[in-house]
Design a protein around this ligand. Structure first.
Ligand code: C2E
Ligand code: SIN
Ligand code: SIN
Ligand code: FE
Length: 366
């Protein structure tokens, strides 16, 4: 049944944009209308704007709150069903002038949140045969209810995800605070290099996004390493290095048992980012593809960033020297396919480093 399919399609969609497009497509098909628009309330500008407008081209239409049919429906919270738009005083002909369209029939219902506050409106234009009837109106109302609660859920979800990501980013800041010259830009680089490799490997976009937020947590275990070792200006003694080599285990313990995919990836990365492709790494000396992909990626990214920046114990290498070293270590320290991807990203990496010297500061996403 159409409605069941509609419900299934929107239930699986958490991003507001694609969600609304799906809703509009289904509504247009089900009601056999020529156009379908979803207007959302913009509280800052006090306007309604077309988040989705199927059959209108690329244009975003904006209506001052309270004006036109859309404004009327949003303001009063009641539906309208119009047989001849040009004979309705509420109708704004401006849009037809802009889009070169001839509006005849209009069916519009409000989108309301749980508390009855206006989220926007749902509008269909020009039914293929005759006028919209009561059955169409009932249908559009049901769809509008489903759509409104889905919009609300998508917004709640996006807010939740935003605060989740922000918390994770702050955790990474805590972890790197003591031993990095400029924590924010270090984290941003790690995140960006990881994203570049992920894209080059053609990983799914949502996985790339999770990796971009998980990668800065790789050294979280360093919070358990004493200052006397972590901040030592010179070379570590063998005992000190042994202590330092526990940071992957500490990090994995901190992230153990996390339920989100993002933190699960972060745990694997924390544990295995010092493993080497040839099995000579630590803490376990695992080899090749037994090392999780996410850790093999971050291993490359981490060493590249460690070499190209200054540390308390070493100066910065040039990008050229660093790439030479990384290529030389392909198949030894590093997974050859990841080094190949990384090398393909060299132009973007150089550009990124140049931009960084120009403009300092900013968050993960800039
Ligand atoms: P880190 O500074 O973030 O370095 C990460 C990794 O980058 C190192 O892992 C190593 O694989 C690579 N790397 C960094 N500097 C160099 C270098 O000069 N030459 C080469 N070939 N590779 C380099 P590693 O060695 O397991 O070290 C893990 C962490 O232990 C380092 O993280 C750093 O926090 C600490 N560490 C290592 N060596 C020293 C040291 O001599 N003095 C101090 N104070 N800390 C050290
Ligand atoms: C109006 O709300 O008056 C016009 C709506 C439209 O043409 O999309
Ligand atoms: C991505 O680039 O895939 C995610 C966007 C972001 O993390 O800002
Ligand atoms: Fe590390």
């Amino acid at each position: 049944m159409l409605l069941a399919r509609f419900g299934r399609r929107i239930a699986s969609e958490t991003r507001i944009d694609s969600l609304l497009t799906i809703i509009a497509e289904e509504v247009r098909n089900i009601l056999d209308a020529d156009r379908c628009s979803v207007f959302l309330v913009d509280t800052e500008k006090n306007e309604l704007w077309t988040k989705v407008a199927l059959g209108v081209g690329e244009k975003v239409l904006r209506i001052p709150m309270g004006q036109g049919i859309a404004g009327f429906v949003s303001k009063t919270g009641s539906a309208v069903n119009i047989r001849d738009a040009y004979r309705d005083t509420r109708f704004m002909q401006d849009f037809d002038k802009i889009t070169g369209y001839q509006t005849k029939t209009v069916l519009a219902v409000p989108l309301k949140d749980r508390e009855g506050k206006a989220l926007g409106i749902f509008e269909v234009l020009n039914k293929s045969k005759g006028a919209f009837n009561e059955e169409d109106e009932g249908f559009l109302r049901i769809l509008a209810t489903i759509a409104a609660s889905s919009i609300e859920n998508a917004r709640l979800y996006e807010n939740l995800r935003k605060s989740h990501l922000e918390t994770i980013y702050r955790m990474a800041m805590v972890a790197e605070y003591r031993d990095q010259q400029d924590t924010a830009s270090h984290l941003r680089r790690i995140s960006k290099y990881t994203g570049l490799i992920g894209a080059e490997l053609a990983l799914a976009l949502d996985l790339i996004e999770d990796l971009r937020y998980a990668s800065p947590l790789h050294d979280i275990g360093k919070v358990a390493i004493p200052d006397s070792i972590l901040l030592k200006p010179g070379k570590l003694t063998p005992d000190e290095y042994e202590e330092m080599k526990k940071h992957p285990i500490y990090g994995a313990r901190m992230l153990e048992g996390a339920e989100s995919r993002l933190l699960h990836l972060a745990r694997n990365i924390a544990l295995a980012h010092h493993e080497h492709w040839d099995g000579t790494g630590y803490p376990y000396g695992i080899q090749g593809e037994k090392i999780p992909l996410e850790a093999r990626i971050v291993s490359v990214v981490d060493v590249f960033d460690a070499l190209t920046t200054r540390r308390v114990y070493k100066g910065a290498w040039s990008v050229g020297d660093t790439f030479n070293y990384m290529l030389e270590q392909s198949g030894r320290l590093f997974d050859p396919s990841i080094i190949a991807s990384f090398a393909n990203c060299r132009p973007q990496i150089e550009e990124l480093l140049q931009d960084e010297t120009k403009a300092l500061g900013g968050g993960l996403t800039s």
